[in-house]
Ligand binder design. Structure first.
Ligand SMILES: Cc1cc2nc3c(=O)[nH]c(=O)nc-3n(C[C@H](O)[C@H](O)[C@H](O)COP(=O)(O)O)c2cc1C
Ligand code: SF4
Length: 536
């Protein structure tokens, strides 16, 4: 089986409308890929496994706070084919609903009822086009040059930063990156220059750059804005990275729900290829098919290779053994979008933009705030500052997740702490991708923890027993406790289960999954005293 035969299986399944009768057999015959393999792929991805349910209602925490459960119930009552989606990267426009591959914002029960049993009539919540999302705001009165990405600007002509990078040469660019202090914006905050130098130094000459635009963490939607508004920075950043590490091919992996950003990025790629502005560097796009785990870098590489997105055991890291076994530099969209500015204005400029750590940060904020959206602010601002930029709190702050579901919950007395990688890590939480979800005092923290556990259980790829069993065990434990049949106190075992998941899981999903529960137990023990669960 060649690289291309295997990699085309998800695309062929998508074109065929999913795993319909006979489809796996036909694809197997055409490609020479075993039929069992085709089935394995089709059944792994949410968007390929079910062909009858064309509409998916997001049941991520922010959408639930915005009324998603009512929308889901109304759709079921109306007999509409519908299923739950873990998160659609539309936390700023809750409840978000996906029809085919396009996200519709603020769908209401009335919209569903007005559709009268026909999803195609769901027009009162028309899908936003290229510029109609919640948008992005920088600090009040920020001037040009005070922001690294500046999403309020339109895309600029390509080429200026790439030209500057070519003059600097690969080592010069990587030195600049080191001076800038740029840390990866995908979750771990790992220093970017270490990965660049690592790939550049490999003996193998075939190398790749991969863009991680899977953006699946509940609470996060900044990469969507980056691609909608500044695709120029993304493409230019990728081209500079390819130049610096000696790669010719850049792969852009966008989650399947990003139909509109994908269109924008593809147009820009066509222009870049046609103008030859980046020489022989080529860009290739790949649409995801609905699986949160594919945001994990090695799962993403598996998915790009046309397989089920199951994380690989590390080491070896992608820097050495990545896409098709070759050295690979993989970065989040926002990380890459910071690169052109660093090349044009220098490392000190970028470092100076931050407060406690280098650079500005695209913070997403959703939940109980006046104006959910993406805000570019100095890295290290506090929750209070972020929410002030977002128009203020709705109600009285009770808790927040600083970095999506994976970061657990922090109590309101942390509202003045810096939202950065090091400080939040020291609290046992994380900045992650800075998907800040705000909860006010109407929220039952046991309910909130249960929703996050449901997310991880649904999205575990299942290959490690501690994660597969642990996510279910914790969710069942908290539900039993809420019902009052926790005879032997199963929540007493939560810390032990969390330890086993942390120690025995291959990837960050299994390691982070217990955090919503363990943090809620730590900071809000009173929420677990009553037996009747509330609905948030
Ligand atoms: C379960 C899981 C999901 C992840 N999802 C994403 C994602 O959607 N986008 C992303 O950029 N990184 C995601 N990551 C982090 C990536 O594995 C990787 O660290 C990142 O793409 C590296 O880019 P950076 O150095 O620019 O941060 C995820 C990690 C885990 C463990
Ligand atoms: S920790 Fe969970 S999601 Fe990650 S590889 Fe193991 S089973 Fe899969």
């Amino acid at each position: 089986m060649s690289r291309h035969d295997a990699a085309s299986v998800p695309d062929r399944l998508r074109e065929a409308g999913g795993l319909l009768e006979g489809v796996a057999r036909d694809i197997a015959r055409e490609t020479g890929v075993p039929e069992a393999h085709v089935w394995g792929i089709g059944s792994f991805y949410h968007m390929l496994s079910r062909s009858d349910a064309k509409v998916r209602v997001c049941t991520g925490l922010s959408c639930l706070l915005g009324g998603a459960q009512d929308v889901l119930d109304a759709a079921k009552a109306a007999g509409l084919p519908v299923e739950e989606a873990s998160c659609l990267a539309g936390c700023d426009v809750p409840p978000a609903v996906l029809r085919d591959r396009r996200t519709m914002p603020h769908v209401t029960v009335q919209d569903v009822e007005a559709a009268g049993g026909d999803w195609s009539k769901l027009d009162s919540a028309a899908a936003p086009g290229e510029t109609e999302w919640t948008g992005v705001v920088g600090p009040e009165g920020a001037a040009d040059g005070e922001l690294a990405i500046d999403l309020s600007k339109s895309a600029a002509p390509l080429g200026a930063a790439f030209k500057a990078a070519a003059e600097l040469g690969p080592d010069g660019v990587i030195d600049l990156l080191e001076a800038s202090g740029l840390q990866g914006r995908g979750g771990a905050g790992f220093p970017a220059h270490i990965k660049w130098r690592g790939v550049a130094g490999q003996a193998e000459q075939e190398r790749f750059v991969v863009l991680n635009a899977d953006e699946g963490e509940p609470g996060t939607f900044k990469d969507r804005e980056c691609m909608l508004r500044r695709p120029d920075l993304v493409l230019e950043g990728l081209a500079i990275a390819a130049h610096a590490i000696g790669a010719k091919d850049c792969y852009l992996y966008l989650r399947g729900e990003f139909e509109v950003p994908l269109g924008i990025v593809r147009r820009m790629i066509d222009d870049a290829h046609a103008s030859g502005i980046y020489g022989d560097i080529r860009f290739h796009t790949h649409e995801g098919n609905g699986a949160y785990i594919c945001g994990e870098e090695t799962a993403l590489l598996e998915a790009l290779e046309g397989k089920r997105g199951m994380p690989r055991i590390k080491p070896p890291f992608p820097v050495e053994v990545g896409l098709w076994g070759k050295p690979t530099l993989i970065h989040n969209v926002e990380t890459i979008a910071c690169v052109p500015g660093i090349v044009e204005r220098g490392g000190d400029w970028f470092r100076g933009l931050g407060r406690t750590e280098a650079g500005t940060k695209l913070y997403c904020v959703s939940g109980h705030v006046q104006n959910p959206g993406t805000y570019e602010l100095p890295l290290g601002v506090s929750l209070d500052e972020l929410v002030e930029a977002a128009g203020g709190y709705v109600g009285t702050l009770k808790a927040f997740s600083p970095g999506g579901a994976s970061s657990g919950f922090l109590p309101s007395d942390r509202r003045g702490d810096p939202l950065d990688f090091a400080h939040l890590g020291s609290l046992g939480s994380m900045l992650g991708s800075a998907g800040v979800v705000v909860l006010n005092d109407t929220v039952d923290m046991r309910w909130a923890a249960t929703q996050q556990l449901r997310f991880f259980e649904a999205e575990s790829c299942g290959q490690c027993a501690p994660c597969r069993i642990g996510t279910r065990y914790l969710r069942e434990s908290v539900e039993r406790q809420a019902r009052g049949d926790a005879v032997d106190g199963p929540l007493a075992n939560a810390a032990d289960a969390a330890w086993q998941m942390n120690e025995g899981s291959i990837c960050g999903l299994g390691q982070a999954a217990p955090l919503p529960l363990t943090s809620a137990l730590k900071y809000f023990p009173e929420a677990f005293e009553e037996e009747t669960p509330s609905e948030g």
